[in-house]
Design a protein around this ligand. Sequence first.
Ligand SMILES: Nc1ncnc2c1ncn2[C@@H]1O[C@H](COP(=O)(O)OP(=O)(O)OP(=O)(O)O)[C@@H](O)[C@H]1O
Ligand SMILES: O=P(O)(O)OC[C@H]1O[C@](O)(CO)[C@@H](O)[C@@H]1O
Ligand SMILES: [Mg+2]
Length: 937
Amino acid sequence: MSDLITFNVPDKEQFLKVVDYYSKNASTTQFDLLKQDPNHKEYRFVSFDFSLSQDSKISKTIIILTNHHKQPLTSSRSISLYTDNDLILASSFKDILGNSFSIIKSSYKPVMTPLSPLSPSLSSMNLNQLKSAIPAIKDINAKLMETNPKKKKIAVMTSGGDSPGMNAAVRAVVRTAIYNDCDVFAVKEGYQGLVDGGDSIQQMHWQDVRGYLSEGGTLIGTARCMAFKERKGRKLGAKHLVSKGIDALVVCGGDGSLTGADLFRAEWPSLLEELVKDGDFTEEQIKPYKNMSIVGLVGSIDNDMSGTDSTIGAYSALERIVEMVDYIDATAKSHSRAFVVEVMGRHCGWLALMAGIATGADYIFIPERPPKAGEWQQELKDVCLRHRQKGRRNNTVIVAEGAIDDQLNNITSEDVKKVLVEIGLDTRVTILGHVQRGGVAVAHDRWLATLQGVDAVKAILEMTPETPSPLIGIEENKIIRMPLVESVKLTKSVAEAIEKKDFDLAISLRDSEFIDSYNNFIQTTVKDDGSQLVSEEERLNIAIIHVGAPTAALNPATRAAALYCQSRGHKAFGVMNGFKGLIQDGEIKELSWLDVEDWHNLGGSEIGTNRTMPSEDLGSIAYQFQKYKFDGVLIIGGFEGLQAVKQLKDARDLYPVFNIPLVLIPSTISNNVPGTEYSLGADTCLNTLVSYTDSVKQSASASRRRVFVVEVQGGNCGYIASYTGLVSGAVSVYTPERELRLQDIQEDISLLKENFKNDQGETKSGKILIRNELCSDVYTTDLIANIIDDASNKKFGVRTAVPGHVQQGGTPSTKDRVVASRFAVKCVKFIEEFNHSLKTNGANQEGSDSKVLRFYYDKETGKKIYTCGSEELENQSACVICINGTQLSFKPIQKIWDEETNEKLRKGTVYHWEEINQVSDMISGRLMLRRELLNEN
Ligand SMILES: Nc1ncnc2c1ncn2[C@@H]1O[C@H](COP(=O)(O)OP(=O)(O)OP(=O)(O)O)[C@@H](O)[C@H]1O
Ligand SMILES: O=P(O)(O)OC[C@H]1O[C@](O)(CO)[C@@H](O)[C@@H]1O
Ligand SMILES: [Mg+2]
């Protein structure tokens, strides 16, 4: 039996000191790994394995560095030190270290195997070296104990208008806090609960947030609290927090709530002083509360907070709006009517803008870009009539509730209706109202809220008195932190800019997606009047091909690309039925405005898709490219799409006609395209799976004590399974990235037994496990269900559920619609710019019909000459639009193929969603159980 020893290392700086010490005294390759990446943020997850030899047997002691909340996490990043001559026993460690180190007895069985090949017998650290390390560690530890003497007490609240996803955030905060050994409290009814104190601030337990993921609104209540706007109210809030011993507060709310939080933070020291003066507390009593940690989570449907691309609830509200407008479309088309739809958003136009893009609206009114007073009426009439002339049977105009003109006069839906009536349109107004805030959270909001809730607690645990209060946001695909005070300031400056009529500044203060989307909307919809046409010579022929399995985003992406092409005078050609169609029938259709205008909400593929690769007949493909004089190709698809771009690029030597920009928009529900973290279609699939798993869980709960094993698609890529696990609150997720062993299933059986033991017949007791279809050859969905069933001793029942191809279909989610539109326009712009720069560089077009030849062979020397200037540029001309962390870029296919592709498994080499599984394991209780089992033994 070995011991598990936990070193207390609360912050990064101290941790690095320890690491530094060891790295100087031990020269193992594993340490080098850490040294290369000293800033690795998961520094808390480092474990030290000591392999010990005693009487020619090898046993093992694990020493884990953790934060001060004793989070003994092991991870794949473990770092090992090995001794091969001296004997070190955990108990002797305890003797040497004394009581400042906690020692948790573990059930860890000594490993009776030879040292693994990864860790050859390294003569790094002997007992003497270790002994000499002790004082330094002791010293560090003692200091750390001084700075972090007590267990944190964290309160969480939701404030302002409720938004779908707030419950997911609360659940994440509660469980992460408990997992980290903190006490956690819910403040009921927003700031009103702080002002009221007493029972309004209640301790929360693990079980209290069961089932929270699939509930709309906020279960801990919210309010608009006038009293907190007064200093008197905030003083009461401070008093109640201190009297409950709370020293950290997570506020999930909109711009108003976070402005209040920032003010509360700024006033905190003076509020405490006043409370002492008033005799509520003594100096001694308030001493531990001098540094109140406040963290902001942006929960609001309005998406009006600077510093984050999307707020918790915004995509759910957008989904509600878009679903309603889709319904309205059907009746509007039937009667040839115009509809003016008013949406919420206060002073922010995000909901109106994105709804306009996602519903194919004719016109939008948003406060950040007000139309000219007295002139907008004519522009609106022109746009609607033009679209009617093109063949549209209905018109849709989206009006933000805060819409104004450039003289700051309000524009109401009735004002807009009057204008449309003047041109003879039978017009109706629909004010969507609170339906927009209702309903359950979409997948995006569930994972966003969960990851942000987890990060809020992490931020609290990492905070020092000097750390500014953070706001947790998201930029492209990465959860980020920024100082709350800055975000509040920036948000205020948008309102100020609008007030000062500085609209350029107002829109520039929104995020880059907002600006891109706005420009795209204008260019493809309002300005499709010929004003954006490029000169005859610059007009291009652009092919659009769908490759691989369908996703719901194929049509919206094609629509946006085609509409943008038309507004610029380019021709967009739809290649019918993928490369198969091109080879067999050569059917290529020039896409007209009317062909594509209503593809914004169509799943599947109107031009057809399949898995045939260009390599099947490159000659025929080259022939068609030549015939239609393509200047660029937009391929929309998944891994096959990537392969197709690669094959066409590789065939350039043989077929110079492929020397044109070849751009892939990743679109696959599996999100397995190497080089990027984001594929279109995955969001719709996740939403489908959210509804599916919610229903399955409801059935499981209704039957009480029932477990479902749900099998999801994804091929060899566990992305969809991992995210489904996170957003459905699965007990466990089995993916190809983590080897599935019998002991994992056994561990889940223990967790299930534990859960059912404690549930006392509660209604939210249905459980699900998610299994990726290819995660194991041995443990099939049925086998897993049978193993669990067998082990359940009839205490609970097990069923399987396989959604199958429903995962590839459906109506595109709003997120897929707006991102498809953004990517498609960006890609056509990329093709435009590439061609333009070649022209302006005087590219030699010798030897080909194509306008954009990348190279030719010099007649005399036979040498390859790059007309675009360099091989690098030539490489860049075959690329993929990628998102990595906060970065959006066009990555050359060659680079992706060489550095990031696992061709055999048809996915990338980077496991970029690893954190999702770690968070799932923690929030499902799996890690807690593991720890408890360790403690029990
Ligand atoms: N300037 C402020 N000072 C102190 N407290 C404030 C301030 N602004 C707002 N609050 C507090 O936050 C609460 C919620 O603010 P508000 O009604 O503006 O909603 P919000 O948080 O912006 O959410 P949403 O806009 O999504 O409904 C207010 O009722 C008030 O208690
Ligand atoms: O629900 P209430 O208090 O009527 O407030 C409505 C407002 O709240 C929001 O839904 C969220 O801020 C706004 O879009 C809307 O203006
Ligand atoms: Mg607000």
